[in-house]
Design a protein around this ligand. Structure first.
Ligand code: P53
Length: 479
């Protein structure tokens, strides 16, 4: 007789990655140049450079990545050995539409994902798919200015429709835009480029440009959702939100209001995805700031019908914020306003480790939207040491994941949250999105590759591999 578990029997345990961070093969199989192909490597405190096209002599870590493009069978076999029920990856838009504005898709790209999904399904691993995970055809940046341009809606909808029609029998859970709210940090150049293909000009009102791009993406997402449901109502379309709850630094009322304002600026995206309309607070904010935004009645009608079926989100860390005397209206500037939380530890990259914040975040989403949740990223980026015998004793990673799974279970058990699954980030080592490094590792599977691109690409199991296998086998009862 099977013992009862806290998590439902059909809980989707797995792992998550993104096409550009592991596939490599950046110009193989007819693939076009993407925004991720023009980003060089950085480090903690050293920014990645975004070049205009691919420049000879520069190192672009995503071009080869871990060459999943040719190693995928071997890698999926390892995922199956851990007992994965699902595998979250993304479809590289440029494999399907190399330039983004073509009318007919690239068959070789479509076939690659058919083969990849079939390989997963052979082991009973369900593919969970993000349509746009921090990449888009670079041609759309050069010719149309990225998501500044309304025409991107049409290009994205075509891409989405082709994918839904082709894979609806193989893929149930989809997400439209990865961490759409990462660009809330518009003061920075990186998020707006990776989210939306935006290159700021000196004369830009950055914030207005960001809201406009986000609006077009939200309309494109709603349109895609509507299309998916008409093709096959069994398909579940989710949003994907980077959830870093913002805590007030103190119980001072101004700190509370500052935190609330910060939460609004980071999470209004989820309100639109889930409720199908703009919340009043953000409309008033647009008015106060005098933004001129192209938002039509037709757009609003699409938002209304294309609401998401579930909330996909990443959770790595929490933030803390303090009010300032010179900011009486509580405007949010992510680069300026966040402060260190003295009650939690941080990783080598300054990410604050806060397992209880996951429980808090789950309740926040569930109480607000009453939609199923899917934790599609969570994890610990660390420098792993290979022992003389080749093993990696990544105790710290096990400890991090264990503490988060414990809180996730409490959320389901005590708070009644409806949770679909859990896919830790970078289940196999891959290129860091933020820094382009290889040494910031998340995986259960070690990949022999270094920051400078050297290495054999050989795969090996870390200590966390056996640990996670037993977590899945016990449906989260043995941690
Ligand atoms: P890297 C910020 C906050 C939460 C998640 O990031 C974030 C970010 C951006 O840095 O991004 C997600 O590789 C993203 C993944 C990414 C992962 O976090 O910088 O969806 O593509 O790899 C980890 O350590």
């Amino acid at each position: 007789q099977k013992r009862k578990t806290v998590l439902p029997a059909d809980f989707l345990w797995g792992g998550a990655v993104a096409a550009h961070q592991l596939e490599g093969g950046w110009n193989k199989g007819g693939k076009g140049m993407s925004t991720a192909d023009v980003m060089t490597a950085g480090a903690h405190g050293v920014r990645r450079e975004i070049t205009d096209g691919v420049i000879e002599g520069k190192y672009y870590p995503n071009h080869e990545a871990i060459d999943f493009y040719t190693h995928y069978k071997e890698d999926i076999k390892l995922f199956a050995e851990m007992g994965f029920k699902c595998f979250r990856t993304s479809i590289a838009w440029t494999r399907i539409f190399p330039n983004g504005d073509e009318l007919t898709p690239n068959e070789e790209g479509l076939q690659f994902y058919d083969d990849l999904f079939d390989e997963c399904l052979r082991y009973g691993i369900e593919p969970v798919i993000t349509l746009s995970h921090f990449e888009m055809p670079y041609h759309l940046v050069k010719t149309y200015g990225g998501w500044r341009n309304r025409r991107l809606i049409e290009f994205f909808a075509r891409f989405a429709e082709v994918c839904f029609k082709r894979y609806h029998k193989k893929v149930t859970y989809w997400m439209t835009f990865n961490e759409i709210n990462n660009q809330a940090n518009f003061q920075d150049d990186f998020g707006p480029f990776t989210n939306s293909g935006i290159k700021f000009k000196p004369e830009d009102n950055r914030e207005q440009v960001m809201y406009q791009a986000a609006h077009y993406e939200l309309v494109a997402s709603a349109l895609a959702t509507k299309i998916a449901h008409s093709i096959d109502p069994a398909m579940q379309i989710g949003c994907m939100i980077a959830m870093c709850p913002i805590y007030p630094y103190s119980c001072k009322p101004d700190d509370i209001l500052m935190a609330q304002s910060g939460m609004q600026k980071r999470y209004w995206f989820a309100d639109v995805h889930a409720r199908g309309h703009y919340p009043a607070y953000i409309e008033r904010y647009f008015e106060r700031k005098g933004f001129e935004l192209d938002i039509t009645y037709e757009d609003l009608a699409i938002l209304e019908v294309g609401t998401v079926d579930y909330i996909g989100f990443s959770y790595y860390m929490s933030f803390a914020i303090e009010s300032r005397a010179d900011n009486p209206l509580f405007d949010y500037d992510e680069n300026r306003d966040l402060v260190k939380n003295p009650h939690v530890e941080a990783s080598d990259w300054g990410w604050q480790i806060d397992p209880k914040g996951l429980r808090y975040a789950m309740s926040w989403f569930y109480e607000r939207y009453e939609l199923p949740l899917f934790i599609v990223e969570n994890g610990f980026g660390a420098i792993d040491q290979k022992e003389a015998d080749g093993t990696v004793n990544d105790e710290y990673r096990i400890e991090y994941l264990k503490a988060h799974i414990e809180q996730m279970k409490i959320s389901v058990d005590q708070d009644g949250v409806d949770l679909i699954g859990y896919t830790p980030w970078g289940c196999i080592d891959l290129i860091s999105y933020g820094t382009g490094e290889m040494k910031k590792r998340y995986g259960f599977i070690f990949v022999d590759k270094n920051n400078d691109g050297s290495g054999t690409l050989a795969r090996s199991r870390k200590r966390s591999f056996e640990w996670y296998k037993q977590v899945i086998a016990s449906n989260g009862e043995i941690l």
